[in-house]
Design a binder for this molecule. Structure first.
Ligand SMILES: [Zn+2]
Length: 344
């Protein structure tokens, strides 16, 4: 019997392990209450004993004169790492500090602003957001909408999904998220160039990892800050991916004569290995998942498909492959299974 395909849609959340009904606003309020934020005064004495102030360990790595990165850990978001898994870049300019991505929480953003001021001696005058995933965007609050800049597609995506992401982040990262809310960037980034102080930044408005992905090339340092269009030694995430668009974006980035590349996750390198490895990974998961689908495997069987040995050195390879099966199978089913209501 042919399966019926009704209205299967791709999963809307980055956090597909978390069902939306599990992390709705009621749960978030419940969490805040338990944490003694929104009432729950009776809990305070007990909490006061346990609650050490959470603080991220931010260690800037100098990657070019007047440029630093904060290296995210190669892990999924947990209550231990507070969601600090993405790379953040800081640039010094005559006009002030520029940051690219803001981290996972208000708390992170506050610390990022402090680090940027310590490194440059100046406040942050511009904070670019590369795409709407929460590990890159929820540190925006301290910078204010006027300093925040992103392509229109990123702003629209945040406007649409930001509250759901926030709920999921409260669920996953817990108290690290206290006080974090969605802030929409007030500046729209177009493809082109922007001069900030002595730095000319080329802004590339691309897509594929999500509907809208910003990459920034700093002509002065030769740094290409690729956001999540590039991953290195950490498996790429695909909850909102269009694999063919992503491959085109990787080609566009490969045509730039950059000195070094900062991926969204993983170490900076002078060689374009992150672009090649990301492209290889996307090809691999497309072929493996399509092959499993064509052989009639169900999703859980597809998740167990073998991976080649070159992926052994890639952090979270099996975890992200399984998640990609969950992201991509519904599309394959919707596009390739015949609809019984139309066949009859
Ligand atoms: Zn992402």
């Amino acid at each position: 019997m042919l399966p019926t395909v009704l209205s299967r849609r791709p999963l809307a959340s980055e956090f597909d392990s978390v069902q939306k009904r599990d992390v709705d606003w009621a749960d978030r309020r419940a969490f805040l209450k338990t944490a003694g934020v929104a009432g729950g005064l009776a809990l305070l004495p007990m909490f006061a004993l346990e609650a050490a102030p959470l603080r991220y360990t931010l260690k800037p790595i100098e990657i070019a004169p007047g440029a630093w990165m904060l290296l995210g850990v190669d892990e999924a978001i947990t209550r231990e790492n507070g969601g600090a898994i993405a790379n953040i870049t800081i640039l010094d300019t005559r006009e002030g500090a520029v940051v690219i991505d803001t981290g996972p929480s208000r708390r992170y953003g506050v610390q990022l602003a402090e680090v940027a001021r310590e490194l440059t001696g100046k406040p942050v005058v511009r904070a670019f957001v590369t795409h709407f995933h929460p590990d890159h965007v929820f540190g925006c609050q301290p910078f204010g909408a006027r300093a925040l800049a992103a392509p229109q597609g990123v702003i629209d995506g945040l406007n649409q999904s930001g509250d759901d992401f926030a709920s999921a982040m409260y669920y996953l990262a817990g108290d690290w998220m206290r006080g974090t809310e969605v802030v929409l960037p007030g500046r729209v980034v177009e493809a082109g160039y922007e001069d900030i102080g002595e730095r000319r930044l080329r802004t590339l408005v691309l897509g594929g990892h999500t509907d809208s992905d910003l990459a920034i090339f700093d002509e002065r340092s030769g740094l290409l800050i690729a956001g999540d269009l590039a991953f290195l030694d950490r498996a790429p995430t695909t909850p909102h991916a269009d694999l063919s668009v992503w491959q085109k974006s990787l080609k566009t980035l490969d045509e730039i004569s950059f000195a070094s590349l900062v991926p969204g996750h993983g170490p900076m390198e002078k060689a374009p290995r992150a672009l090649r490895q990301t492209s290889d990974w996307l090809k691999l998961i497309e072929e493996r998942i399509r092959g499993a689908f064509d052989r009639g495997l169900d999703m859980s069987e597809a998740m167990g498909e073998p991976l080649p040995s070159w992926t052994d050195k890639i952090a979270l390879a099996r975890y992200e492959f399984e998640r990609s099966v969950m992201h991509l199978y519904p599309n394959l089913e919707a596009n390739l299974w015949p609809r019984v209501d139309q066949a009859n």
